[in-house]
Design a protein around this ligand. Sequence first.
Ligand SMILES: Cc1cc2nc3c(=O)[nH]c(=O)nc-3n(C[C@H](O)[C@H](O)[C@H](O)COP(=O)(O)OP(=O)(O)OC[C@H]3O[C@@H](n4cnc5c(N)ncnc54)[C@H](O)[C@@H]3O)c2cc1C
Length: 340
Amino acid sequence: MDVDEFNGLVSALRGVAGIRLWADAPLAPFTTIATGGKARLLVSVGETVALAKVLAELEAREVEWFCLGAGSNLLVADQGYSGVVIKLDQSFQYVEGLPIERCTHSRSAGGDMGAGPGESSTAPQVILTVGAGAYLARLATVVAEAGLTGMEHACGIPGSVGGAVAMNAGAYGWCMRDVVREVEIVTASECRWLAAEDLEWGYRFCRLPERSVVTAVRIMLRQGDRETCLASQRAYLRQRREKQPRSVRTFGSAFKNPPGQHAGRLVEAAGLKGMRRGGAEISTVHGNFLVNVGDATTADILALMSMMRQAVERTSGVVLEPEVRLVGCRFPWETEQGDE
Ligand SMILES: Cc1cc2nc3c(=O)[nH]c(=O)nc-3n(C[C@H](O)[C@H](O)[C@H](O)COP(=O)(O)OP(=O)(O)OC[C@H]3O[C@@H](n4cnc5c(N)ncnc54)[C@H](O)[C@@H]3O)c2cc1C
């Protein structure tokens, strides 16, 4: 985008109600690892109609863009991002309870989730509509407080609901797909609800329609016992505290767990825990967590990821696949050897 194209885009977007614009917006404060440069333009959007208009302007001008959630699984290039970043504002942080459905065995509700802790498979189902900007961990706590069971596992995941759908976030054998029944998406031309079964889901993966933003989801939980739900959450949080670094700047798992294995243990077996590059460190607590221990750059983090990947392949014969999403750059091994 040259200067004239950029100015043309900005003046067109200024005509859209319900949005705010920031040119040259630093992205590090919007990510949990706190590295990386600026976005050419950040657009904060307050409602779906405005979002569709913004997307239409971007598509018409063929401007690259991506949607930023809570930034807890992102690594932004030190050089920044030359496209447009879309951020859903606080208007998308809502939870609406819909009437309780007593249709426990209905396939049309998306199939049986199976009973979890504190729930009975005959307990009434509860459908909630949640804005994509809501924080997943907060949602997990709110529903547990309300005695709704089905997403206690999500209590320590620091993403937004939209980001959790896009990543099919999960923990302890649970993932978003287990509770999501419908996803509302907005594109340049429409806003519509999609059934979860019409999307392709995988391990830390969900194929959303091309160039779409998730704006809301409908999740199905079951009525359970409040104390059991809260106790279950406390147990998951305790496990996290024991196994993961606490109160650090990180994006969680750098690599996906290979089938039947743990990326962290493979990194540990390769002897890399505690290794540093610039201001970045492979956590001494968990081998798959990279930590910004000072003034790390994204280049520092990527150098460590490259080292981890090479060492694990050498020592275990396993090629690790990244979980973290890159913005404005590529993984070093992709530029060295072509796309993999
Ligand atoms: C301490 C820590 C612990 C973690 N533990 C876990 C864990 O146990 N399990 C787990 O799965 N993850 C974990 N994560 C990673 C992260 O929290 C999840 O991947 C989370 O789902 C990312 O959500 P986000 O809103 O932060 O997305 P972002 O990091 O902002 O974005 C991630 C991807 O989602 C896309 N996206 C975001 N919002 C939308 C939207 N509204 N519409 C369309 N696309 C969107 C982005 O474009 C990007 O491609 C952890 C991270 C940290 C820092």
